[in-house]
Design a protein around this ligand. Structure first.
Ligand SMILES: Cc1cc2nc3c(=O)[nH]c(=O)nc-3n(C[C@H](O)[C@H](O)[C@H](O)COP(=O)(O)O)c2cc1C
Length: 179
């Protein structure tokens, strides 16, 4: 049986990003899946540039990756009570590609952030930003990883049973949505 194709969008470009790690753990918990982490290091959106030279190849690639995925996972960090500029920039670019690659697409969101709420405000903002794409956005369970740097073991797996179960349940819900 062919593997379920998951595409992960991480809100952080940091090499050791906890959000990217959380995406990898989600892919690990989703048995029978194959996770690709998208490259969100894109040019800053500027409508003048778009008019002059069109959609950049990296954005076109990202849009096609989304269209071809069975489901999309988005993990956002929280920067100053909102999603990162990296993630917003990527969403703005994706919204300029046609056809909308995320319409009807099963999407699960999560967050990892240093504060006690684990990026809850950023997740609320992300949910709002996704409305325009009309995805099949899972309502829960909410995966909010607080103080994430101490939550992964040396192999990159979540240490806490509670967090692992929540992420596992979110992936089960996503599997149902894909069906
Ligand atoms: C510019 C900046 C703003 C931040 N603002 C918040 C914030 O509002 N809430 C929060 O919980 N953490 C905040 N943090 C801490 C991040 O949540 C933390 O660095 C997180 O691990 C980054 O995600 P990453 O590990 O995927 O890079 C901020 C960090 C930076 C660099």
């Amino acid at each position: 049986m062919s593997k379920i194709k998951l595409l992960g969008l991480s809100g952080s470009l940091r090499q050791a990003s906890c959000n990217t790690q959380l995406l990898r753990e989600a892919g690990h918990l989703f048995e029978g899946s194959e996770l690709t982490i998208a490259d969100l290091k894109l040019p800053l959106f500027n409508e003048d540039d778009e008019t002059a030279t069109g959609i950049p190849p990296a954005v076109q690639t990202l849009s096609e990756q989304i269209a071809q995925a069975d489901a999309v996972l988005i993990s956002t960090t929280e920067y100053n009570k909102g999603i990162s500029g990296t993630l917003k920039n990527a969403l703005d670019w994706i919204s300029r590609t046609r056809p909308n690659p995320m319409i009807g697409k099963p999407v699960a969101i999560m967050s990892a952030a240093a504060g006690r709420a684990g990026g809850e405000r950023a997740q609320v903002m992300l949910r709002n930003c996704l409305v325009a794409f009309r995805p099949r956005l899972l309502q829960g369970p909410e995966m909010l990883l607080a103080g994430p740097t101490k939550e992964f073991d040396e192999d990159g797996h979540l240490i806490s049973d509670t967090y692992r179960k929540t992420l596992g349940s979110l992936m089960e819900a996503l599997r149902e949505e894909i069906r």
